[in-house]
Design a protein around this ligand. Structure first.
Ligand code: ATR
Length: 285
């Protein structure tokens, strides 16, 4: 006898505009505190919650939220690609990313998909005075997280973007998707032939398990800035590795998280939040 999965039941706040992040797992998401803080800054009333959606029930979850007149959604792992397929309309950047992390419900009930991850990364790089223009950039990983940010990174016109991935065929597919932007693919094993990069962005999920892809130290020099798209309470293994090998600067993905949220807040609420104080608060400073 098979056991039916528990029926999803979403509860909204009837007195306020409702927003949520849907994911699995999502319990530790920082998005509710980030968006409530943005709302306080703007003097706006809203309710933002994290909703754990069982796999296979994402379409139902969106429909429930829409029917109850929820205003907007963020989408996180593992539903960004499914959200992309479910939307009635897509922004240009989400169609390039083939993934949606921000949903707007239009007045006629349509689902509009957008993706603010790439702009979140670009803005965080810019605020930390890291320009990609004319620079040699290495991106580690070729999964959904990397595809989501490549468009805005190419827009900065780097001299070169090399994508290196454990599974070479995925790096090649991604590079082909962005051809014409000086993007190429490289085997992780061959990285040692390419010299030092100006900027290295780690978009692999290996750090979530405390692992690091095998990397030659020759890709780092004392001029290299390293950016890990993930973050944690302690320094990520990639950033530890970068520091040990003399990188000029290391950053983790907390800034990107707050910046992508700020862009979503702007889309929904028409106000650009101040992100600096929110990043400081989350770092406990
Ligand atoms: P995400 O949505 O986080 O990008 P994903 O699409 O599953 O998740 O992609 C994970 C990325 O991290 C991939 O590039 C993966 O490499 P493969 O394509 O070879 O699977 C990379 N990755 C995960 N664990 C890794 C490890 N231990 N070493 C190297 N790369 C790893």
């Amino acid at each position: 006898m098979s056991i039916e999965p528990a029926k999803l039941k979403i509860a909204l706040d009837s007195d306020r505009d409702n927003y949520a992040v849907m994911g699995n797992p999502v319990a530790h998401s920082k998005s509710p505190i980030i968006h409530q803080t943005f709302a306080d800054q703007a003097g706006q009333e809203l309710f933002y919650q994290a909703i754990h959606v069982p796999k296979g029930q994402f379409g139902e979850a969106i429909n429930q939220f829409r029917t109850m007149e929820g205003k907007g959604l963020n989408v996180t792992v593992p539903f960004k690609e499914e959200a992309y397929k479910l939307c009635d309309h897509l922004s240009f950047r989400s169609s390039v990313a083939m993934a949606v992390n921000t949903i707007i419900f239009s007045a006629d009930g349509g689902i509009i998909g957008d993706n603010t991850d790439g702009v979140g990364l670009s803005v965080d790089l810019m605020k930390n005075k890291i320009s990609l223009q004319g620079r040699r950039v290495l991106i580690l990983g070729a999964g959904g997280a990397v595809r989501g940010v490549l468009g805005p990174l190419c827009d900065q016109r780097p001299e070169q973007i090399v994508i290196a991935n454990r599974t070479m065929s995925k790096a090649e597919t991604l590079a082909a998707h962005f051809k014409g932007n000086n993007v190429s693919a490289c085997d992780l094993d061959k990285l040692g032939n390419l010299g030092a990069f100006d900027v290295i962005i780690n978009g692999t999920s290996s750090g979530l398990n405390g692992e690091l892809p095998p990397l030659p130290i020759s890709i780092v020099s004392t001029d290299t800035c390293c950016y890990d798209m993930v973050y944690g309470d302690t320094e990520t293994v990639f950033n530890q590795w970068a520091k040990e090998n003399g990188a000029r600067m290391t950053l983790d993905g907390l800034g990107m998280l707050v910046e992508q949220a700020a862009e979503a807040f702007y889309i929904w609420r028409g106000v650009k939040p101040e992100t600096g104080p929110v990043i400081k608060m989350l770092r406990g400073k």
